[in-house]
Write a protein that binds this ligand. Structure first.
Ligand code: PRP
Length: 179
C-alpha cells in the first residue's frame, strides 16, 4: 500500500462490483434510449472509463470541467466552467458522471445549467456520496456507495492533484495534509 494511505475504504474488487451494479441499473433504465454521458473532469475519469465500457445502451461521451463558488440567486450562476460541452444536448437524455457528491454545490449548479439547455432529462451518477456534508438539495440517481466525512483519495480522487492513480480508494494519512 502507498505509504501515505492509512487504510483502504474501497478495494479493487469492491470498485469492480459497484461499477458492475451501476452499469446494470443504467442499462436497464435507459434500454432503447440514447444518452449523452458527461464526465466531470478530472476526478471522474477513472470511474467513467470503467463504467462507460460496461454500458450496452446507445451512448455518446462528452466532458466538462467545472467548479462552483459562493452562492448566487440563480442556481447556475455560481458555476465556473473551465471546459464546456461539445455536444448539443437539446432534446437528449443526459447522464452526469461524477466521482463524489460532497456539499452538492457543484452538481446543483451544474444540473441547473444543463437544464437551461433543454435536454430531455438530466440524471446524476456518482461513485461516492457524502450525505453528511450536503449544503444543497441534490441527490444522485445512481450512487456507488455512501461514505463518511474522511479524506479519501485514489481511483480518480486527488489530494493536491496526487494519488488519482491509486487503483483503490484509500484514506489519506493526516500526516500528509497536516504538514
Ligand atoms: C470534486 C468532485 C465534484 C466536486 C464535488 O471536484 O469531482 O466535482 O468536487 O464537491 P461539492 O459537492 O462540494 O461541490 P474537484 O473540485 O475536487 O475537482 P477534480 O474533479 O478535478 O478533482
Amino acid at each position: 500500500m502507498n505509504k501515505d494511505i492509512s487504510g483502504i475504504l474501497c478495494d479493487e474488487a469492491e470498485l469492480d462490483s459497484i461499477v458492475k451494479r451501476l452499469a446494470g441499473e443504467i442499462n436497464r433504465d435507459y434500454a432503447g434510449k440514447s444518452v449523452v454521458v458527461v464526465g466531470i473532469l478530472k476526478g471522474s475519469a477513472i470511474f467513467l472509463a470503467d463504467l462507460f465500457r460496461r454500458l450496452e445502451i446507445d451512448c455518446t461521451l462528452d466532458f466538462m470541467a467545472v467548479s462552483s463558488y459562493g452562492s448566487e440567486t440563480i442556481p447556475s450562476g455560481s458555476l465556473r466552467i473551465e471546459k464546456n460541452l461539445s455536444t448539443d444536448i437539446s432534446g437528449k437524455h443526459v447522464l452526469i458522471v461524477e466521482d463524489i457528491l460532497d456539499t452538492g454545490n457543484t452538481l446543483y449548479a451544474l444540473k441547473a445549467y444543463l437544464e437551461e439547455l433543454h435536454p430531455c432529462s438530466v440524471r446524476l451518477c456518482t461513485l461516492l456520496d457524502k450525505p453528511s456534508r450536503r449544503e444543497k438539495p441534490i441527490t444522485a440517481d445512481y450512487c456507488g456507495r455512501e461514505v463518511e466525512n474522511q479524506f479519501i483519495v485514489g481511483y480518480g480522487l486527488d489530494y493536491d492533484e496526487h494519488y488519482r492513480n491509486l487503483p483503490y480508494i484509500g484514506i489519506l494519512s493526516p500526516s500528509v495534509y497536516r504538514k
